[in-house]
Design a protein around this ligand. Structure first.
Ligand SMILES: [Fe+2]
Length: 586
């Protein structure tokens, strides 16, 4: 049975294909169209999935869309009308968005794929998040928590999932919190207030939080209040996102927190204004964490379960995830590699397969590599035409040469196999470098990523060596499988891991199991033999404002436009002429 899952029309569209209950491929539209966070109907992703599996649309047994568009339309309409006449400006835009695409999804899918409407299914948005979290995790029974900005109405759900021995799957939602009360919207409102891009830059707020102190928690608690049933409510007077699409916070919010940051002004932490923004980020981060911990703790007590599967865009917050693991009472916390809306394409397909169609539970590989495979031959051809140095090497020699180059301070673009599904580069589309010095961090920020310097880079370490360098509580290695948790670097190693240690001594590490990315694992070991530390800086292989590279030629184009010294795809190694050499200070 072939089931195509689709998420689209909000941000990060994606498609995923299941064959007989097992994922065959999944990819975000941005990786195909090259428009970052592409929200359009994912024609490129769908086409690639069908091509990859060698099937035609007519061969599909079901197509599943990740939310119930009419419910979403109802929410937009209700909120807009409730706020009338204040909302009159946003009304035409809301209607245009909804009427143009969101409501008529069944027709759009039917016409794009030339399928009968009877083959088209819908899940609720948070059912897709829940399925993406639970059905991709290696656990049979778990509590499920989902939290995001908003789908149709729900913004946070709690429930449980069970994969029975007889093959049946159950996912039950027990309670939900509804729009406009939303942890995702709270965080996005502060993202906008702090001068960053909503739905894109939330992680910058988390990065900035490490520079501040949570001195404004009392003010944040004025805008989000706890409710008697253990949930929370946003206080509407402080927000405007529920009534207009152009502004997320109200003037009372500014009265409480002070003037917002102008996005064009740099954040100068030497000034009291800069510190106020950092304190503000630290305060909302603290309140977000406390709220999630309380909700998860109650869920653990209620269910008595040891595993938590956690999805939704809020699950990208690695600092909060580490606190959930430490304080909620769950022994294991599973966050999928694509917890956000893109992952709902896979979640919706899995939900329909197991729940609607009652197909039996299936195990499948626990990795994120479901996208297009890099073609090394394309890289070799392009680089030769461009008169670069090209070598085609066996694995062992290639790894030794790349390890030598990294130990000499060179920066490597690393493409290997299929692309990651989700926002993190987990070793198949990465920029790798020595993790030891702050100079390397600054060089990457300046010459390659062109980005703000307060954001840390992440380390990748073989799982066997992770505890030597990082303070990992029980369950942390699992959370670090897909870089979903932020944990302390052991103090004695911080000076020698300066490029990947954040200002508060933490790092969002990837603990790599050999079987997940064997070549990168071998490279880490080879690097460790040279430097004594088997850790590399691992950042996603993309330039500022661009999606992560998919194909060899995109990698090559990035390589030619920035300060990457070496580029690898499969057995092909390209060296840039006139490379710079900087000895890492380890
Ligand atoms: Fe979502």
């Amino acid at each position: 049975m072939r089931i195509l899952g689709i998420s689209a029309h909000y941000h990060d569209s994606a498609a995923a294909l299941l064959v007989d209950g097992v994922p065959v491929c999944a990819v975000q539209e941005e990786r195909m169209s090259r428009h970052k966070n592409d929200a359009a109907f994912p024609t490129g992703a769908i086409e690639w999935c069908l091509d990859h599996a060698g099937i035609e649309p007519a061969d599909l047994d079901a197509v599943v869309f990740y939310e119930r568009s009419l419910l979403k339309f109802e929410r937009i309409l209700t909120c807009t009308l409730r706020a009338f006449p204040r909302s009159w400006r946003s009304f035409p835009q809301a209607m245009k968005n909804s009427l143009g695409e969101k409501v008529w999804v069944r027709g759009i899918i039917a016409s794009h794929l030339d399928l009968p409407k009877s083959k088209i299914y819908f899940t609720r948005h948070h059912e897709a998040h829940a399925a993406a979290a639970f059905l991709t995790a290696p656990t049979k029974r778990a509590a499920i928590l989902t939290a995001d900005g908003v789908g149709e109405w729900a913004t946070l759900t709690i429930g449980r999932g069970e994969r029975h021995a007889d093959g049946r799957t159950e996912i039950t939602a027990q309670r939900e919190i509804r729009f406009p009360h939303s942890l995702g919207m709270l965080y996005s409102t502060f993202t906008a207030y702090l001068g960053f891009a909503v739905n894109d830059d939330e992680y910058k707020v988390m990065g900035l939080a490490a520079y501040g102190r949570p001195t404004m928690v009392d003010q944040v608690r004025k805008v989000i209040q706890r409710t008697a049933d253990g949930g929370f409510a946003l206080v509407p007077e402080y927000f405007e996102f529920q009534t207009t699409s152009t502004r997320s916070y109200a003037s009372r919010f500014v009265d409480l927190f002070g003037p917002p940051r102008n996005p064009y002004d740099p954040i100068d932490l030497e000034t009291s204004e800069g510190r106020r923004f950092a304190d503000c980020a630290a305060s909302v981060q603290r309140v977000l964490e406390d709220t999630l911990v309380d909700i998860a703790r109650a869920l653990q007590r209620e269910t008595g379960l040891t595993d938590l599967c956690y999805g939704g865009g809020v699950a990208l917050n690695g600092v909060a995830n580490a606190r959930l693991l430490a304080e909620s009472g769950f022994e294991r916390v599973f966050v999928p590699p694509a917890p956000g809306d893109a992952g709902c394409a896979l979640g919706a397909a899995l939900y329909a397969d197991r729940i609607y169609l009652g197909n039996p539970d299936r195990d499948f590989p626990d990795h994120p590599f479901w996208g297009p495979v890099v073609a090394a031959g394309d890289l070799a051809r392009a680089a030769r035409e461009d008169e670069q140095d090209v070598a085609e090497l066996g694995d062992a020699e290639l790894i030794e040469r790349v390890a030598d180059a990294l130990a000499e301070g060179r920066v490597v673009g690393w493409m290997d196999g299929a692309t990651e599904f989700g926002p993190r580069a987990l070793g198949h589309r990465s920029i790798l470098a020595a993790p030891h010095s702050a100079d390397m961090r600054d060089r990457l920020n300046r010459d390659i990523k062109y980005r703000e310097e307060f954001r840390p880079f992440a380390p990748v370490v073989p799982i066997e060596a992770a505890e030597t360098y990082f303070e990992l509580p029980p369950g942390a290695a699992r959370l670090s499988r897909f870089m979903s948790g932020v944990f302390p670097v052991r103090p004695e190693w911080r000076a020698r891991l300066a490029a990947v240690t954040h200002v508060d001594g933490s790092a969002r590490l990837q603990a790599l199991e050999r079987g997940m990315a064997p070549r990168l694992h071998a490279l880490l070991e080879a690097y460790g033999r040279r430097t004594g530390i088997p850790i590399l800086l691992n950042t996603s292989f993309n330039l500022s404002g661009e999606p992560i590279v998919t194909h060899a030629l995109e990698g090559y184009s990035s390589f030619r436009r920035c300060g990457i010294d070496l580029l690898v795809a499969g057995p092909t190694l390209v060296s840039k002429r006139a490379v710079r050499r900087e000895k890492p200070a380890n």
